[in-house]
Design a protein around this ligand. Sequence first.
Ligand SMILES: Cc1ncc(COP(=O)(O)O)c(C=O)c1O
Length: 418
Amino acid sequence: MKKIKDGLINEIRDRFAHVDTCPEQGKRIFFENAGGALTLKSVVERSAELAAIPDNQGRDNPASHELVSIINQAKSDILTFFGASNGSTFVGESGTELLFRLISTAILGAPDGGIVVGSTLEHPASVSACDRWAKIAKREFVRVPHNDETGTVTADDYKAYVTKDTSIATIVHTSPVTGMSVDVASIAKLIRSIAPDCYIIVDGIQHAAHGGLDLDSYGIDGYVISPYKVFSRHGYGVAWVSDRMSILPHDRLIGSPENNWELGTRDTASYATFTEVVNYFDWLGGHFTDSTDRREKINAASKAIHQQEKELTDAMLFGVNGQSGLASMSEVGIIGGVDNPQREGLVAITIEGMTAEQIVSALSEKGIRTHARKADHYSGNILKPLGLDSCVRVSMCHYNTEQEVTDFLGAVEGIINN
Ligand SMILES: Cc1ncc(COP(=O)(O)O)c(C=O)c1O
């Protein structure tokens, strides 16, 4: 199979802003993609272009018609990117805000008496929404314990907690702390085999940049992503809802279509920038398939991304370019284990005798950007059961290189030996 690293990597890197230089720090390696991926240059340009347009949507003038057409194109692009042949899609304030909206709507709208089920792997965005709205709707909220060793959760784990009364369930597609993905389709299938009408909402925020979204095959009712984590910019989130979920009672203007989830004037630039993300996947995929079909090109891009990220994480774990890997450094602990097929571009580590903040700061001095996760309300669910106060999250994307991994490994060795 053709690979990203064979000749294409420079062209890819050229499409992103600040790929190896921070405007504040200067030259740096960017391994903080789970905090926000690099932004496509085309997103920056399109965003600025549309910010300058004074017109509003829904008027009979050429500019207004163009804005509506941009939004409609983006909605179609989002469905193609998600692999969703039905349902509706819309933007909101952020991934968190959209998870709150979808989860609260499902909890208030599902038939009386049912319970809410989520897992301990989930981000506080879904957990907080479930906790708050379950109380308001007087429903029980049950949390499936995830597997500490593998850093993920499976249908088997859900099995013991799902009953015929499970009316609302949440699933996280990939953990932003362990970096491990979850088999959403198999969990949704398990839930539906016991509670066929359950509303299933999925947090795809950490997963989206790693590609391979296929909503048609999941059997779910809601999916949410944060575009700044998939090569667009901050300031909006994107949600998809199934046809039946779209008409559950929800916040909307009286008299607007029953399945309308948009509140107020839409930011055309949000939509337009997501089209740029889909254009990027389309462009990338075109290097790996002869097909002219947009969805097939997106799928081909996703496979190439997965391959590149697997090679990068393998290089980080097992060594590369004569540099030994993290797995052979006895001082380094690796969350979720070394051989984990669920890993998506991310390695979360500890170094004996050092706090995560110390490690992140030592790496920063060597021009490498990573992030410390603490056992707080964001990551305590993962770290506390492992007896850890903190860990360092090293998160990569397909535009990172083996040379960057080599430099990182050299830096870690230097820090340990210091
Ligand atoms: C899995 C997951 N869910 C939710 C969020 C919150 O997303 P946002 O801050 O974009 O609302 C994040 C952020 O990193 C995340 O990784």
